[in-house]
Each structure stands twice: as C-alpha cells, then as structure tokens.
Design a protein around this ligand. Structure first.
Ligand code: ATP
Length: 240
C-alpha cells in the first residue's frame, strides 16, 4: 500500500484567455520529499505554482493535498490547509521591517503564542535575517529578500512549501546559503516543490523532478536519472 502523496496533480490545465499555459500536467509529490520543476522561460512553472496555491483558476483537472481535492478552494483556505508560496520576485512589503514581513506570513494562524518559536526557527535557517530584523524590506539585498520571502512562507507552518525561483538573481555564495537552508527545511520534514531556472541546483536539492515544455510535462523521474539524461543535460545543464 503506497502512502497518499502530499500533493497530487492530475491532468491539470490552466489557460490565460487563449493561451494554454498548462496542458494536462500530472505528477505526485511524496511527503517530506523535494520535487524540482524545471523548464525554460514561459514553460508554465510559475503558473503551476499559482495554480497549486489558488492564485489562478484551474481550467481542468485536479489538485489534491493529502488526498483531498483543493482546486476549488480559495487561496486563503489553502494556506490554512498547509500550502505556502514563496513567490517569484519575492514581493516583500518594502516599508515593513524583516520581522514585520515575517509576521505577515502568520496572519491566518490561530496559535499566535507559538509565533516567537517560529521566528526563532526561521532565524536559525537564516541567521542574516536576525541581524537585519529591524531593517525595512527595501533596504535588503537580493539574497536577504529571498530569505525573508521563504521565511514569511514558513511562518504559516506549511506542510507543503512552494518555492518559485529562489536562486534568481543571487550571487553564487548567497545561492549556496539559500540552498543549505532549503535542504535543512526539507530535512526538518516540510515537503517542497522547487521551481528553478538553475536546473543543476534544483536537481541536486531534489529527489524527484518534472520537466515542463510549453505547458506539457515532457519528463519526470528521479533527479539523479534526469541529471544523467543526455537530452536534459544538453538542454538545461549546459556544460561544466
Ligand atoms: P518564467 O520562468 O519566465 O516565469 P514560467 O515557466 O514560470 O516562466 P509562466 O510564467 O507560468 O512560465 O508562463 C507560462 C505561459 O503563460 C507563457 O506563455 C506566458 O506568456 C503565459 N502567461 C503567464 N502569465 C500570464 C498572464 N497573466 N496572462 C497571459 N498570459 C500569461
């Protein structure tokens, strides 16, 4: 008996008017694993993350969280069920401090007493955020913004964390810092879907991966196998 996956996507299609951004995409993500989503610009990766979090409507198909269909629920309801998105572009509140931005991620929670514990957990993943606790969002570096966006998503205590392009625009050393935290978050039991342009990084951090090509799933499997697939290497991994 296979356990019920944390996330199951079945024949999922999403359209923007006449543009079909996702076309009958199906895959599953096991609990406590990391699933990488790779693909070129415009392949539909962000659309997939938005569809899972309820920010774009589903045209067809099903999204299940631990077996429960969620595709008709509001984005807020999905947060309370345990889904959190760290969006592409980070989208912090520029006038709010790091601490205030993090607290925004907890606004739907009832157990406000535990919030300090969670803040401490996030500062343990990202010690830089503690140093910058009282700085406004607009004064943060790109890497600090990314850490803050991931931390804010964690403040809702998600069981499923969606990370959209966490390494985008970051210097290599900062990318490593973020990657280390993602690995730690996963080891602590949070299931993660990781969208990345940096396919090499995504495949290193994940156990499973799916490849999107113009809205369709072209390949899925173990990250190690996908990394060793010559076509994938040529298309997404460059040389090195
Ligand atoms: P990127 O890495 O550039 O963000 P992506 O793989 O995340 O790419 P999406 O942003 O999901 O791709 O876009 C998938 C397709 O849907 C593209 O053809 C894009 O032009 C189109 N699209 C995305 N958002 C909208 C929108 N709000 N209105 C119309 N078309 C859209």
């Amino acid at each position: 008996n296979k356990p019920v996956p944390m996330l199951e996507i079945k024949d999922l299609s999403v359209s923007y008017g006449a543009v079909r951004a996702l076309d009958k995409v199906s895959f599953a993500v096991e609990e406590a694993s990391v699933c990488a989503v790779i693909g070129a610009n415009g392949a539909g990766k962000s659309t997939l993350m938005k569809a899972i979090s309820g920010l774009v409507p589903v045209a067809e198909g099903e999204i299940r969280l631990e077996g429960q269909p969620i595709q008709d629920l509001s984005a807020e309801r999905r947060v309370t069920l345990g889904i959190a998105l760290s969006p592409e572009g980070r989208r912090l509140f520029p006038e709010l401090t790091v601490r205030e931005n993090l607290l925004m991620g907890a606004y739907l929670r009832k157990d406000q007493a535990d919030i300090t514990v969670d803040l401490e957990r996030i500062y343990a993943y990202f010690p830089r955020l503690l140093e910058r606790e009282q700085s406004q969002g607009r004064h943060l570096s790109g890497g600090e913004q990314q850490m803050c966006a991931i931390g804010r998503a964690l403040m809702s205590r998600p069981r499923l964390l969606l990370l959209d392009e966490p390494s985008l625009g970051l210097a290599p050393a900062v990318t490593l810092e973020v990657a280390r935290a993602i690995r730690q978050i996963s080891q602590d039991g949070t299931t993660i879907v990781l969208v990345e342009q940096n396919a090499r990084l995504a495949l290193k951090l994940s156990q499973h991966a799916v490849v999107l090509e113009t809205g369709r799933l072209s390949l899925s499997g173990h990250s190690r196998d996908i990394m060793n697939n010559p076509q994938i290497a040529a298309a997404y991994l460059g040389h090195a």
